[in-house]
Each structure stands twice: as C-alpha cells, then as structure tokens.
Ligand binder design. Sequence first.
Ligand code: AP5
Length: 208
Amino acid sequence: MNIVLLGAPGAGKGTQAEKLVDVHDIAHISTGNILRAAVKAETPLGLEAKSYMDAGELVPDSVVIGLVKERLEEEDTEKGFILDGFPRTATQAVALASELDKLGRGIDFAIAVKVSHDVIVERLSSRRLCRACGYIGNALDKNCPICGDVMYQRDDDTPETIRNRLEVYEKSTAPLIDYYRGADLLVEVDGEKDPDEVFIQIQKMLAH
Ligand code: AP5
C-alpha cells in the first residue's frame, strides 16, 4: 500500500504515520525527519535546509524532490510506503507522479488529516520529541515514556514560525487536497479526535 499523508503542520501526520507503519509494515518517508537529520549532521544538505526550516519556509522543490526520488529507489519501499510531508507543492506532486510512473508504482490513498488552526497552534507550542527514539509527545512528558531519554522542543515550534508554517501550508500545500480529490485518491479524516480514534477512522477508510 502506497500512501500520501496530507495535513497542516501539527495535524498529526507523524503520529498517524507511526501507527500505520507499525500495522502495515511499510516504509515511513518523512521529508521533515530526513531534513532534520541532515541539519543535525551538518551535511551540505542540512546547511542549505536549515535557514528555510527555521523560518518556517519550504526547502526548494529541487532539493526535496531529489531526496524523495533517491529514497523511493531503496528496497524497503517496494513493500509499500507512507509519504509524510511530501508532496507540499504542485511541482512536487507532479514530480512524484512521474517518478512513481517510472518505477511502475502508484499512490493508493491520499489521506488528509483535518484540524483547525487554533488546535494546531496549541499542539505545536506544547509538542516535545524524544532525542533517542523520535517518540512524539507533549510538554507533560518530562522524559520519553518509551525509552526514558530526554525530550526536546523543535526549533520551528515557536509562535512566529508556527504562524508562518500555517500560512505557507494554506498557500502552497492545501491546494493539493483538491488535486488528489480530482484523482479520486482522497480520504479525509477528523484529526481533532483522540489519536487512536483518528487511526480507527483511517483504517476504516483504507479497508474500503
Ligand atoms: P515537517 O517535519 O514535515 O513538519 P510539518 O508538516 O510542519 O508537520 P509537523 O511534523 O510539525 O506535524 P505533524 O502533522 O507530523 O504532527 P505530529 O504528529 O508531530 O516539516 C518541517 C519543515 O521541513 C518544513 O517547515 C519545511 O521547511 C521542511 N520540509 C519538510 N518537507 C518538505 C517538503 N516536502 N518540501 C519543502 N520543505 C519541506 O503532532 C503534533 C503534536 O500534536 C504532537 O505533540 C502530538 O503528540 C500531538 N497530536 C498528534 N495527534 C493528536 C491528536 N489526534 N490529538 C491530540 N494531540 C495530537
């Protein structure tokens, strides 16, 4: 099964992607995670991406498309994949379709996780992540409930950057919902429910 996860920053894409990966045993391709790892390792890619990410702007299409193409050529994606945070622009969506065509694959579902902006600002302001295992939690988690390591706050989870990320999302990424609706691939879920309930909605949609 090949899935695209759409939704505003903080809609819960990463949270749902982890659940889907566990149940369906498919590859999780998060462009945000790949870019953050590059920033941490101070690779040339990371050095280029950092200023865009810190400002809540999109990293240039040419950079991100190249990353995803390379990742899709890795063997573990043959059993299926979830694209989390990609595509984010019309150019990325067209490049993805053409790359998958070339590989003889296609998208089975584009899942849009819908959450209001007020809820998003609240969630992102309190989000905390585990440095060791990547667990996504919130400010109530002093240490990671999974592995006990230290939790940290992302550099782009500041009020000003969150506001810009939401603006960029509405302008560049939200139109992709209509693109996938037009291709008859879209399923929409209410992302304001409890994470397990959101997952149940997704599983029901995928079973149809
Ligand atoms: P990226 O890492 O993709 O960030 P994002 O899209 O802004 O999404 P987030 O990771 O912030 O949120 P999420 O939807 O995964 O929510 P989560 O599950 O964590 O991108 C970061 C940056 O990288 C971009 O700004 C850009 O610069 C660059 N980039 C990445 N991809 C790119 C691309 N394709 N092109 C160009 N640039 C790109 O949940 C959030 C919080 O809410 C957590 O605390 C979680 O515990 C909580 N939560 C989740 N679900 C629920 C629920 N149902 N109820 C209550 N709380 C919940």
